[in-house]
Design a protein around this ligand. Structure first.
Ligand code: EAX
Length: 321
């Protein structure tokens, strides 16, 4: 009898400590905290904590300290890490449908991309992550990608021929860059600075936000404003971890991600506005290219993409105002 009372008392103590306990979750990015991605996860963490009145804490990890983007997505899928904010670079390896968003020159500009991602096409795509073990909370932004290298000034697509460039682990990018005559070397982001420094590769391509956050100006001389592809980002959460939340907390997580995306996109706009001046001041040679030449150079690859993805699907994206 006594024993039972003690057991019951212990049981209740455990229950009440669970109810009041703070849950702690991890979120990661592969770039530095002082960046468009840092502001995304810091804002998200703060919003979740406020909205759940401190019951749920989200701990941010920066600079690939939990691994590169592919590893982080894997960790989220397995549930060893609850959350990550990642570019779509390695995403097609998990959710192949998302590949269509990585096609060069598909979006006219950031406004077009944001409208697509926030509209029905983007929302349909978020749902595709669920059967793969993810809850995709919201689309964020990595930015419009440009090319850098340490070998030569790239004014036209011909200048790209034979350049050895690091690419993301993304099949669509790799196919397109091969179309430019680039020698592609897929690599996780945390390895890129050293690879550029040691000359393992001649160049790489990334948005101004990433180039600045990673200080690539220290190891790259030439920057060509090719704007060759829009790079989406995404808030991914382990689906089981999300499903465990109360309805109210679920709504809080989604709202928190929305607020974070606003901050994220705002910072990308700031970086784009000041990036060229800042990188020039730090010694980079910045080239404004005739973009139409780069678009034309990819015409044969685009024929392939239209076959692969369906012209109607591409036109549906292009038609968004
Ligand atoms: O997400 O791998 C890349 O080049 C990404 O753009 C970078 O890690 C930021």
């Amino acid at each position: 009898m006594k024993l039972r009372i003690v057991a019951a008392a212990i049981g209740m103590a455990v229950l009440s400590s669970v109810a009041s306990a703070q849950a702690s979750m991890k979120i990661s990015i592969s770039v530095a905290q002082n960046s468009h991605q840092g502001i995304a996860i810091d804002t998200f963490a703060k919003e979740v904590e406020t909205r759940t009145k401190g019951r749920i804490k989200v701990q941010p990890f920066y600079s690939g300290s939990l691994g590169g983007e592919r590893e982080s997505i894997e960790a989220v899928q397995l549930g060893t890490q609850e959350l990550t904010f990642t570019s779509t670079g390695p995403v097609p390896n998990f959710v192949p449908e998302a590949r269509i968003l990585d096609i060069p020159f598909l979006f006219r500009d950031k406004a077009h991309a944001r409208a697509v991602l926030d509209g029905p096409i983007g929302q349909e795509m978020l749902a595709k992550f669920e059967p793969k073990g993810f809850k995709a909370l919201a689309w964020g932004e990595n930015g419009v990608r440009h090319m850098t290298n340490s070998k030569r000034a790239v004014n036209s697509p011909e200048d790209l021929k034979g350049l050895k460039m690091r690419t993301m682990e993304n099949p669509v990018h790799i196919a397109a860059y091969k179309g430019f005559g680039i020698v592609t070397t897929p690599m996780a982001f945390p390895e890129v600075f050293t690879a550029l420094q040691q000359g393992t590769v001649d160049g790489q391509e990334n948005p101004l936000s990433v180039i600045m956050a990673a200080k690539f100006e220290q190891v790259q001389k030439h920057l060509s404003l090719t704007g060759h592809v829009y790079s989406p980002a995404i808030f991914l959460m382990n689906k089981a971890a999300f499903d465990k939340l109360s309805a109210e907390d679920k709504a809080s997580f989604i709202e928190a991600a929305k607020v974070a995306v606003k901050a994220n996109r705002g910072r990308v706009d700031e970086d784009d506005a000041k990036g060229v001046t800042e990188l020039r001041a730090k010694g980079m040679q910045v080239i404004e290219v005739d973009k139409s030449k780069f678009v034309n150079a990819l015409a044969p690859v685009n024929v392939e993409f239209e076959k692969q993805f369906g012209k109607a699907n591409l036109d549906r994206i292009r038609a968004v105002k």
